[in-house]
Unconditional design. Structure first.
Ligand code: OXD
Ligand code: MN
Length: 592
């Protein structure tokens, strides 16, 4: 066997040998993570047609990948958590017994790399020097996966050295297989710290460091070890006075986490600065003082492209003009990438390479993506590499709700905040295969990503006050309220900083809020609305609690929580009863 690279760690060497015997590749290549290696990967993908060059004058080092049309999003119905006891995976996950899952996957992987190269990617989720970082090795036969892992994780020699010292790592095995949706599975074995993914090359299914390791496996590990692995962006907000607060925000997929993480302050807020640490995943640990600290396990972004322009997200727009891999965007006549919402250029070929006139539907796929290293981002925070991460002042949940959920509200306590998180619901998006625009319950934005029973997960969240008296405040935001005609009531994007300022001021106990049954809401005078074209009526609609609608919502949340059965922590149910009791005696905005 032609092999480049090896390791001194026998457990890793034996595993790689074993996988190569099953999958039978022609060659084994251990990735070192160097720039030369990346350049060579790109050269090979250009040669074999996996990538094509975009306009190198206007988009230097940018490439386009067109995926198989059946392989454009995460496949939640084919994603399984395989624990020994089914209830440990919980009703929130598809479950398969580990033995059954292993024999299914063994049959799929048998000989699947014949005639191909097997790549071994050692990676580190989190800064290489961080005590909070965790390690993994992904084996794959996809060059596209290797190149994306290079942009998204700290991979190669430095990670391997740490793996060899620590000895503990997550084993991820991936093959694109035949891309047959009937032969596609994403299996997680949290008790074995392993992942097996077959039949898809799409980001969340195939870049195993991301959703599979950093959320599903890590959340399971985090519960045992007393920390949290969350679907959250991490952003620092610096005031003109030079005071920086870091917040972590959980929104479901394609609800604007990337936009918020690299927000451009509006003209009305001169002197404010944004520092991005992460746009998708946060690992949260309590330090010895009880301060919650966050690291971003990833080191790049796999962002949704449509809608990105110089007005909605100038930083993202700028950062994808160089050194980026685009997946499933359209192209213009002069070979620039194009997507719905781009304000310049005209698409010539759609995401499948067909002339746009012949194409039926959008020119770019609604879930088309860019992959870039985080350092491409003009608002990149150097603290991203800080081993101890950053202190978190506020946790913010949110969803895409055209009705009901106010612009912002603050939970009354940590336990109430856990209920607010458990009650997150959002309209579905193209990030996952299935209907779009249907409201579904997505607790903590973790429905597709929590690697164990949600009931146990809520208990874990509720245990934090036992270990810290300095926990962050918890909030909920909704940028997506509409009126009956479908008009957005809040301008969103950069203007969201006005709301974040209120959140920070609340954390610092220097802003007012009005107590309602569901939490504290701002009054018009609490948020600076100067220069915004927003009527008092719209602001009232954004900040009023509709008592009947909320009573129904809380009852629906109660039914949802009850569907998790006996494992649901009584403290969560008590929080729900308190809100319902308060709603029954309240009359909206100012009612306690
Ligand atoms: C993502 C997702 O790609 O949540 O981040 O689907
Ligand atoms: Mn995500």
């Amino acid at each position: 066997m032609d092999t480049v690279g090896t390791t001194s760690l026998s457990e890793l060497r034996d595993w790689v040998d074993n996988i190569s015997q099953i999958t039978d590749p022609d060659k084994i290549y251990w990735c070192n993570g160097s720039e030369d290696e990346y350049a060579e990967l790109i050269r090979q993908m250009l040669a074999d047609g996996t990538l094509s060059e975009l306009n190198q004058e206007t988009y230097p080092n940018c490439y386009l990948h067109r995926s198989d049309p059946s392989d454009v999003a995460r496949v939640e119905h084919l994603t399984f958590v395989c624990t020994t006891v089914q209830d440990d995976a919980g009703p929130n996950n598809n479950w398969m017994a580990p033995d059954e899952a292993h024999s299914k996957m063994d049959a799929l992987f048998e000989g699947c790399m014949r005639g191909r190269t097997m790549y071994v990617i050692p990676y580190c989720m989190g800064p290489i020097e961080s005590p909070y970082a965790r390690l993994g090795v992904e084996i794959t036969d996809s060059l596209y996966v290797v190149a994306n892992m290079k942009l998204m994780t700290r991979m190669g020699d430095a990670a391997l050295r740490r793996i060899e010292t620590e000895g503990r790592f997550v084993k991820g095995l991936h093959s694109t297989g035949e891309l047959d949706p009937e032969r596609r599975f994403i299996m997680h074995f949290p008790e074995e710290l392993s992942i097996q993914s077959y039949g898809s090359g799409y980001g969340g299914n195939a870049l195993l460091g991301k959703k599979c390791h950093a959320l599903r496996i890590a959340s399971h590990q985090a519960r045992d070890e007393g920390w949290l692995a969350e679907h959250m962006l991490i952003v620092g907000i610096e005031s003109p006075e030079g005071e920086t607060h870091y917040i972590a925000c959980a929104f479901p997929s394609a609800c604007g986490k990337t936009n918020l993480a690299m927000l451009v302050p509006p003209d009305s807020m001169p002197g404010w600065k944004i520092w991005t640490l992460g746009d998708d995943i946060a690992w949260l640990h309590l330090d010895s003082e009880g301060q919650l600290r966050a690291i971003n396990p990833e080191s790049g972004y796999f962002g949704v492209v449509p809608g990105t322009n110089e007005n909605t997200n100038k930083n993202a727009y700028d950062m994808v003009t160089h050194d980026a891999i685009f997946t499933n965007v359209a192209t213009t006549d002069d070979n620039e990438p194009w997507w719905e919402g781009k304000t310049s250029g005209t698409p010539a070929l759609d995401w499948q390479g067909r002339p746009v006139e012949a194409a039926n539907g959008k020119a770019a796929h609604p879930n088309s993506r860019f992959t870039v290293a985080a350092t491409n981002n003009p608002s990149y925070s150097p603290l991203t590499e800080h081993p101890e991460g950053v202190p978190i002042s506020a946790i913010v949940f949110g969803g895409r709700r055209k009705e009901l959920a106010p612009l912002v509200y603050q939970a009354k306590s940590w336990a109430h905040g856990v209920l607010v998180g458990a009650g997150v619901a959002s309209e579905t998006t193209a990030a996952s295969v299935g209907d779009v625009g249907v409201v579904r319950r997505d607790p903590m934005a973790m429905k597709p990503f929590c690697g164990y029973n949600f009931a146990d997960y809520w208990s874990h969240w509720l245990s934090f006050p036992e270990r810290s008296e300095a926990l962050p405040d918890i909030f909920h935001v909704n940028w997506f309220r509409q009126d009956a005609e479908g008009r957005f009531l809040w301008p969103g994007f950069g203007e969201n900083l006005r709301v974040l300022k209120w959140i920070i001021d609340r954390c610092e106990r220097r802003a007012d809020g009005s107590e309602t049954a569901i939490g504290f809401l701002p009054m018009a005078e609490d948020i600076d609305l100067s220069g915004l074209d927003i009527s008092q009526a719209d602001f009232d609609a954004l900040t009023t609690v509709d008592v009947d609608a909320w009573t129904n919502e809380m009852s629906a949340i109660g039914e949802y929580i009850d569907s998790y059965g006996d494992r649901v922590p009584p403290a969560l149910k008590r929080e729900l009863s308190t809100v319902l009791a308060s709603l029954s005696t309240s009359n909206g905005k100012n009612a306690a």
